[in-house]
Design a protein around this ligand. Structure first.
Ligand code: PLP
Length: 393
């Protein structure tokens, strides 16, 4: 019998891959051959999950907490997240407005699935988190990428909202701190953006997944403190060090919750149960002490990386105030042999054993002239990585 030809949907075929995965797999191959590789490419903390969370997870397993939870999440966890908004930001959020999801990824998919119709679009910053465009594509909607520059802190502005909003725009999706630039929206910026979206009678969503990881004195807060109608995406992945547990959340206006409940029931049934019980320990004082210490370590690594890059021709155009990324302009290092950031990062990996992500993963706008460093290695390795790169140029 002839083999059936794989039938792929146009929707699935249109999804773009991550270049960083190529870099990662090449790095792994080099490591398997005995090369010492410094990893500054992957967007996850190198720290493992804080011990109190791990203990709570083990306890959940031992006590048979292995069945489905309600689709919107464990009531105790929704309450704990609501209390966290109160203590962190002095914002009162009813637990009923919180949907626990499989990572921020689940929250983004749920949000877009709820508010975006086929043919509509969502405004996104370029550079920005690449999956957002693909989520929109998967829904036969469109990510409308707006070039953002260092002059505007690599964030959308209220003027962008006014200029780019069209009759098919349903939503503006921001991220603060941003991936890949680490830039943070101030309270003033957030207010202006919220007002601009309201003027269009549209919806505003802010991805706050890197919120606990802000290093400078920035007058900022959760978008919920400014606009009670905003959708806020967050996660246990980054600040809480739980990437592999696949747990995040979405705060939505009450009117959307019952539809989101139905959608969540169908798309994922519920977020992982053991992870939800484990996350109940994420807000304890003991965990907080660990996370505060890590925060200081990230800040100090950021400073070390900025200083080290300052001695190279890589240019950092804004202070990287949050997340664990530095987005650097590499145009001064490009030439005929190394025409773009993709070639440059391959060269660094092969010749220096340093893995860094090319800008192309985050959009189109000047992306071949930029690279993203993740400071997810300890300080001595960061210094060594930049020394190795500098020696090549
Ligand atoms: C800005 C941003 N949003 C969402 C995610 C998805 O995170 P997760 O699904 O692990 O919570 C990431 C992961 O890198 C991210 O950088």
């Amino acid at each position: 019998m002839p083999k059936a030809k794989p039938s792929l949907s146009a929707r699935a075929s249109s999804i773009t891959p991550f270049h960083v995965m190529d870099i990662l797999s090449q790095a792994k191959q080099l490591e398997a051959r005995g090369r010492d590789i410094i990893h500054l490419e992957v967007g996850e903390p190198d720290f493992s999950t804080p011990e109190p969370i791990v203990r709570a997870g083990i306890e959940a397993l031992k006590t048979g907490k292995t069945h489905y939870t309600a689709s919107l999440g464990l009531p105790a966890l929704r309450q704990a997240i609501a209390s966290w908004y109160q203590t962190q930001y002095q914002v009162t959020i009813e637990p009923e407005r919180i949907v626990v999801t499989p990572g921020a990824s689940g929250a983004l998919l749920l949000l877009m699935g709820t508010v975006l119709d086929k043919g509509q679009n969502v405004l996104l910053a370029d550079p920005g988190y690449p999956c957002n465009r693909n989520f929109a594509l998967f829904l036969e909607a469109k990510g409308k990428s707006i070039p953002v520059t260092a002059e505007n802190n690599y964030q959308l502005t209220s003027a962008d909202i006014a200029d780019y909003w069209d009759e098919k725009t349903a939503l503006a999706l921001l991220a603060s701190p941003s991936n890949p630039t680490g830039s943070v929206l101030s309270r003033t910026d957030l207010s202006a953006l919220a007002a601009a979206v309201k003027a269009k009678n549209g919806l505003l969503a802010v991805d706050e997944i890197y919120h606990g990881l802000i290093y400078d004195e920035v007058d900022t807060t959760t978008a919920l403190a400014i606009d009670d109608d905003a959708f806020v995406i967050n996660s246990f992945s980054k600040y809480f060090g739980m990437t592999g547990w696949r747990l995040g959340w979405l705060v939505a206006p009450k009117a959307y919750i019952s539809v989101m409940d139905r959608l969540a029931q169908n798309l994922f049934l519920a977020a992982p149960t053991v992870s939800q019980y484990a996350a109940l320990a994420a807000f304890s004082d003991e965990t907080n002490t660990i996370l505060q210490r890590r925060h200081q370590q990230f800040q100090s690594r950021r400073d070390v990386l900025v200083t080290a890059l300052g001695k190279t021709e890589l240019e950092i155009k804004i202070p990287a105030q949050g997340a664990f990324y530095i987005y650097a302009d590499c145009s001064k290092l490009l030439n005929e042999q190394l025409p773009d950031s993709m070639a440059l990062t391959k060269f660094w990996l092969e010749k220096a054993g340093v893995a860094v992500t090319p800008g192309n993963d985050f959009g189109d706008y000047l992306s071949s002239q930029h690279v993203r460093f993740a400071y997810t290695a300890d300080e001595s390795r960061i210094v060594e990585a930049i020394d190795r790169i500098a020696a090549l140029h």
